[in-house]
Design a binder for this molecule. Structure first.
Ligand code: UD1
Ligand code: UDP
Length: 376
């Protein structure tokens, strides 16, 4: 390895920023030279800038401003932009996060250029290839050199796909590290006051293509969400993807439903912390509600995060069953079947990842067990 090696983090979308912040911080503490490349997949201030501020992420070295488009157009722009920037900076390792198109494009570019890569949040599977994220996960994991895993079930998925155990490190969940860091700042009261909602309320976030991309799906979902709002005042910070369709389906701001712009990270988690119930189709929000012990109903037929059901507060629901499930969840409160959080969701995933990366940069090929992480 070269003297003073360089690590680049490729980030593009809202959940990437949350997952990367603890890793960037921990690598910085180890003195590793690093930089962020922002692809610009998410670009609104409330989808991007606010996260850099709330999470204390450093300014990116570059912003590729790829913007929105079909999968082909967006991925093509990502490939072209990332190839240039990787050639320009000549990194020793590129770290990618989660399952978004920016993740996929960065892995492909690096594989073709012979640049080594690490994937944070490897091995999650919904086994639903109708989800663009599932395709991104499978390709990303098959091409990564280092795979950082957030929950034990992911280890068996990677083993079944033939990924050598020597590449895989169970390190815990950096999204939960970010939540731990934010915890002292999470106060629902000012957000509740600003939004003029009662102290007992629910929160909903909905952005999966299967829920918001067609008028029919949006109509079915909104009708159930409005039923929930009939039982408890509901705040819906709307992801820009679903803004038009959900509004056309009848999700408009009113006394029982507060339809608002996306919230910043600290405001959003403050609201979630104080909520009696969360309704979502987000990946990260399933994990955050598990950690905060807030009942969560996920409006999806499957989840790549089953650990939030077995060790958390999450339940899968169909739109049709949502109102009854909400009624029951409000009556029962949070029920965590195992009574304990998922293993290693302890706020120290970032430092574990940084230790493995730092050793790897020094050419140290110690086994995952010897690195203080486990491969099985
Ligand atoms: C992407 C990820 C998804 C992740 C989500 C997190 C992929 C394939 N999907 O979905 O896995 O859960 O991010 O939020 O990578 N838009 C804006 N402003 C922005 C960004 C997007 O208005 O700053 C609108 C545009 O109309 C765009 C649409 O949102 O067409 C979708 O954006 P895109 O990045 O393609 O996918 P997401 O739905 O955000
Ligand atoms: N989030 C936020 N403001 C919002 C909605 C979500 O800060 O209005 C945060 C949330 O706490 C989590 C992350 O964004 O940390 C998840 O992003 P998203 O749901 O867009 O993506 P997914 O996790 O589904 O890929």
């Amino acid at each position: 390895m070269r003297e003073n090696p360089l690590v680049l983090h490729v980030l593009g979308a809202r959940p990437n920023f949350v997952k990367a912040a603890p890793v960037v911080r921990a690598l910085g503490e180890l003195g590793v030279r690093q930089g962020i490349i922002h692809t610009g997949q998410h670009y609104d201030a409330l989808m991007s800038d606010v996260f850099f501020a709330d999470l204390g992420l450093p300014e990116p070295l570059a912003n590729l401003a790829v913007g929105s488009g079909s999968h082909a157009k967006q991925t093509a722009a990502l490939l072209v932009g990332l190839e240039e920037v990787v050639l320009e900076h000549d990194p020793d390792l590129v770290v990618v996060y989660g399952d978004v198109n920016s993740t996929l494009a960065a892995i492909l570019v690096c594989a073709k250029l012979g640049v080594r890569t690490a994937h944070v949040e490897a091995g999650l599977r919904s086994f639903d290839r109708g989800m663009p994220e599932e395709v991104n996960r499978i390709v990303t994991d098959s091409l990564s050199d280092l795979l950082f895993v957030t929950s034990p079930d992911a280890l068996s998925h990677l083993a079944a796909e033939g990924v050598p155990a020597s590449k895989v490190h169970l390190v815990g969940n950096p999204m939960i590290d970010s939540l731990f860091s934010a915890l002292p700042s999470l106060d629902p009261a000012p957000v509740v006051e600003r939004l003029a909602i009662p102290a007992r309320y629910a929160v909903a976030t909905l952005h999966r293509p299967a829920n918001v991309d067609t008028a029919e799906a949006a109509r079915e979902l909104v009708s159930s969400v409005l039923e929930v709002a009939g039982r408890i005042p509901l705040v819906v910070p709307v992801h820009p993807r679903g803004r038009t369709r959900l509004a056309e389906a009848g999700l408009v701001d009113g006394p029982s439903v507060r339809v608002v712009e996306p919230l910043g990270y600290v405001d959003f988690l403050s609201l979630v912390r104080g909520a009696a119930l969360v309704v979502t189709d987000s990946g990260g929000v399933q994990e955050e509600t598990t950690m905060l012990g807030v009942p969560c109903l996920t409006v999806r037929p499957n989840t790549e995060r089953p650990i939030t059901i077995t060790h958390g507060t999450n339940r899968l629901v169909t739109p049709a069953l949502l109102p009854a499930a909400a009624e029951k969840a409000l009556a029962d409160g949070a029920v965590t079947p195992s009574g304990e959080l998922p293993p290693l969701w302890d706020g120290a995933a970032g430092p574990r990842i940084a230790r493995v990366i730092s050793a790897w940069l020094k050419g140290d090929n110690l086994s995952p067990a010897a690195q203080g992480t486990r491969s099985e």
